[in-house]
Design a protein around this ligand. Structure first.
Ligand code: FE2
Length: 442
């Protein structure tokens, strides 16, 4: 068995690498956090270790350089690679770029050590990607689960990471996710079974009475990410609809749980949720308030707006893109063509996707299409016309309000937000709706 000496702080990233070295490459990993301990360990001779990986500087010293000098002094021929951010010693020490998925790093280490990962079947094309977050919801692995190992100029390898029947360790999965691994893989034939099973478990969890609000938010956010992923990969399937319904219901419940907006803001800001999730929840909250204060408002309209809030940005899979509010923002983001198109057409794409939703709330697709004020769902309107449907106007204002809250909460009053909104939406049709916010309290 090969042995790697891993030098660095005890971080989640380093743990994830050492875990993968162990599991995938069957390498024994020895962890050392201090140079003195490394030196002590190397007294055993060059044969005690096959590779030294320096993950990061220890106590601000250039650790790789120190170890290199030691190896030179004692004429030990041990390969040494450095993942330190600092480039000192790069000329003589092999450098490994740290900020990338763990699986790529493991691949590179395998190459250095000239070993091949244990491969299940090199030529099977039938692996199916499963977003890693699905695994948050299960306690036991019920289908064999694989990791993909990318190989330059070679077919990808799929290595079994969890075996059917394994009791599942949540911490392991989160480590993979935090370090940029987005997918596990299952055999193609297992995929429907897997997705159905996980869907049922998530819904059960969502429907159970969760006493802890933080847990509820984390569950909801994961669930929304899964809906977004399912929608983009499989369209409006039965599972997508089931999950979306359950989590929309929960988001509506949250609105009713917090009669004071300030309490909801506190909960949202105290928990590590994404901007997209926060904005969806807040937009729903504000829209409910507006509708409740309109003469023609109804519960049906509130539910329609909750649906719109849930799906309107569903094709934007990162906060950076969801934060873009105008055409200038798109240009300033300096994106590649694909990402730029994704943003410019996100409203249109979302409207197309929801049209397959069974018993779609009437007109919800049109509100989604026009949620940035353009009639065609392309880009962002510069000025807001009187031709938009009243409920679209409600949504536009609710989301703009949520944006102000998220940007300035703590430094802005309800009156100040209303003043800003009156500047953003000067036409009388809009101002009438903004007025319904007059009695809104934080
Ligand atoms: Fe949007």
């Amino acid at each position: 068995m090969k042995k790697v000496l891993f030098v660095g702080k005890n971080s989640q990233f380093n743990n994830a690498i050492s875990l993968n070295l162990d599991v995938i490459l069957k390498i024994e990993v020895v962890f050392k956090a201090k140079i003195e301990d490394v030196v002590e360990y190397l007294k055993g001779g060059a044969e005690v270790v096959d590779l030294i990986i320096v993950a990061n500087m220890v106590n601000e010293k250039h650790t790789a350089v120190e170890i290199y000098k030691h190896l030179q002094t004692y004429q030990m021929e041990v390969p040494l690679v450095s993942m330190e951010k600092d480039n000192i010693g790069e000329k003589v020490i092999r450098r490994m770029v740290p900020d990338r998925p763990v699986e790529e790093i493991i691949s590179e280490i395998a190459e250095i050590l000239k070993i091949t990962p244990e491969v299940e079947d090199e030529f099977t094309p039938e692996f199916f990607p499963i977003p890693i977050k699905y695994y948050y919801f299960i306690d036991e692995i019920f289908v064999h689960t694989y990791i993909r190992i990318k190989k330059e100029n070679n077919p990808d390898h799929y290595v079994m990471r969890f075996r059917k029947g394994d009791m599942y360790i949540k911490g392991d999965i989160k480590k993979y996710y935090e370090k940029g691994v987005s997918y596990f893989y299952v055999k193609h034939n297992d995929r429907l079974y897997f997705v159905n099973e996980v869907t049922d478990r998530i819904i059960n969890k969502l429907q159970s009475e969760l006493a802890d609000d933080s847990e509820k938010l984390a569950l909801l956010e994961d669930c929304n990410d899964i809906v977004s992923g399912l929608l983009l990969t499989r369209g409006m399937s039965e599972e997508t609809v089931k999950l979306a319904k359950a989590s929309m219901k929960k988001m509506e419940e949250i609105v009713h749980t917090f009669p004071k907006l300030g309490d909801l803001m506190k909960l949202l800001l105290d928990n590590p949720t994404s901007f997209r999730f926060r904005r969806t929840q807040l937009t729903t909250y504000v829209a409910f308030h507006i509708v409740a204060n309109m003469e023609w408002g109804s519960t049906e309209q509130q539910e329609k707006l909750a649906f719109v809030a849930y799906f309107h940005d569903i094709t934007l899979q990162c906060d950076k893109y969801a934060m873009i509010k105008n055409n200038e923002g798109v240009i300033a983001a300096n994106l590649n063509q694909f990402d730029e198109q994704t943003i410019v057409y996100h409203a249109r794409k979302a409207a197309e996707l929801v049209r397959d939703y069974p018993r779609l709330p009437i007109g919800a697709d049109t509100i989604i299409l026009r949620h940035h004020g353009t009639m065609s769902g392309r880009g962002f309107a510069k000025t807001f016309s009187n031709n938009l449907e009243p409920l679209t106007v409600v949504f536009l204002i609710a989301e703009a309000y949520a944006n102000y809250l998220l940007e300035y909460y703590g430094d802005i009053t309800n009156e100040e937000i209303m003043t800003e909104l009156n500047i953003d939406f000067p036409k009388s049709q809009y101002r009438r709706i903004i007025k319904t916010l007059a009695n809104f309290e934080f």
